[in-house]
Write a new protein. Structure first.
Length: 455
């Protein structure tokens, strides 16, 4: 009888110690990012009585956790877009800035207006040539800056894909450990916390889905439900020159996260370059277009190498090549539209027409994002303001996603985080239980000693 009481008290002592250990574990990790509260119960042992500590498990809120991962993917994508577009906006400048594309176009218009007052003045003609060169240089530089930014985006996307593949591999590895330890009856709750941390980090680069099976293995999928990993790596990410992301050769779309943002920014940068190319084309044709009589009638701008511009074949990347016709640089009298040796140097007709074409003539633009029909001033202004608008929209999206992330993080913490006050109350309760079991053991041992003494 006394031996049974002693065994029961001993089991209570061990159970209380295990529960104290779990409570201490929660308190120590209360401020640890990604830690989920651990819960452990006591189970009655039959038929001999007594208790033992039950299985340790995590407090989970998988619905909120899934929402949080998706929001993190969206926030990271918005942040990457915002940063890239802000950089592009800095390159484009404000429309009112003297260094901006619209300002350079206006400077050329103003130079023609001043030349029209006294076209025989070489200084006024030289000012026109200088304004034209600055306009061409601005188009060249913007196009090159966007090309450089595109290379940065490609490098960032390659890096993001590499990090995503590493995280997919690590998820598979920890899945294997969880499955093995679950089968052996070993506590895997901290391993699952670490796996959640990997999935959170992976969500920065791509949007993820998945579920956990009864072995504890998380089946990792892409947003469009392509299997990436179980307890082994099923598929790694790759991409082609066309920007298609694939997993083991199977296309993924959309992928989300920074990778998706990189693809979107590449598309945006290509569109901005196409817009610049068409603006450069229309500026060139505004001065010299053999298909119409509405042009100014002087071949002020040319393609690289001072070759005539061919609108049928030379539009691609033309903004990076547009230049002022060197014949005009060497002989500004050509601006009069009367040949190398002007017959009427005081005739302002060409200068007046140039000003009117630059200010009032509407052109047909086909590149998405440009107005049509529109004047050159309207097109260049919208190019610059469009970049600013895109950057502002990305900022708003980032702020919205950040706000939602904060709300979801709080909800998840409320559901799965550690309340130190609650854990301290449990610690007092388990400590009292431990002391009670210890007193029972002490009393039982004294009774056994007394019986032995009597015998």
């Amino acid at each position: 009888m006394l031996t049974s009481v002693l065994n029961t008290a001993l089991s209570g002592l061990r159970s209380s110690q295990a529960l104290l250990d779990t409570t201490t574990r929660n308190i120590v990790n209360a401020g640890t990012d990604g830690y989920s509260k651990k819960v452990q119960g006591s189970v009655t042992v039959e038929p001999h009585g007594g208790v033992k500590a039950g299985r340790i498990y995590r407090v989970e809120d998988n619905y909120t956790l899934r929402q949080l991962r998706h929001t993190l993917s969206d926030k990271t994508a918005a942040k990457y877009k915002m940063d890239a577009l802000n950089e592009l906006n800095d390159l484009s400048g404000d429309p009112a800035d003297a260094a901006s594309l619209p300002a350079k176009l206006n400077a050329l218009t103003d130079a023609f207006q001043k030349m029209a007052v006294n076209p025989s003045q070489p200084e006024l003609r030289s000012a026109v040539i200088l304004a034209a060169e600055r306009l061409a240089a601005t188009l060249n530089n913007l196009h090159q800056d966007i090309s450089t930014k595109n290379l940065d985006v490609v490098a960032d996307t390659n890096d993001a894909i590499g990090k995503a593949n590493d995280l997919i591999t690590r998820v598979a590895e920890i899945n294997e450990k969880i499955a093995a330890n679950t089968a052996a009856g070993v506590d895997v709750s901290d391993m699952k916390d670490r796996r959640d941390g990997l999935l959170k980090e992976l969500s920065n680069y791509m949007k993820v889905e998945g579920f956990e099976d009864d072995r504890g293995i998380f089946h990792l999928h892409s947003a469009d439900h392509k299997l990436l990993a179980t307890n082994r790596v099923v598929a790694q990410l790759s991409w082609d020159q066309g920007g298609q992301i694939s997993a083991a050769g199977t296309p993924i779309s959309p992928i989300g996260g920074q990778i998706q943002a990189g693809l979107d920014i590449k598309t945006t940068l290509k569109n901005k370059q196409d817009q610049l190319d068409e603006i450069a084309k229309q500026v060139t044709l505004a001065f010299y277009d053999t298909s119409t009589t509405a042009d100014v009638g002087i071949e002020l701008f040319r393609d690289a190498g001072n070759t005539p511009f061919n609108p049928a074949t030379g539009t691609a990347d033309y903004a990076s090549r547009i230049m002022v016709n060197t014949d005009f640089v060497n002989n500004s009298a050509l601006l009069l539209g009367q040949g190398p040796v002007p017959t009427n140097p005081t005739d302002s007709a060409t200068a007046v027409k140039a000003r009117e074409v630059l200010l009032k003539t509407s052109f047909t633009f086909t590149t998405p994002g440009l107005p049509s029909p529109a004047t050159l001033e309207e097109a260049t202004t919208l190019f610059v303001s469009g970049v600013a608008g895109d950057a502002s929209a990305a900022k708003s999206e980032y702020e919205d996603r950040s706000s939602v992330e904060g709300l979801l993080t709080k909800r998840l913490t409320d559901q799965t985080g550690v309340s130190v006050d609650e854990e301290l109350q449990k610690m007092i309760y388990y400590q009292n239980a431990y002391n009670s079991s210890a007193r029972v053991m002490q009393a039982t041992r004294e009774m056994l000693d007394e019986l032995l003494r009597i015998v």
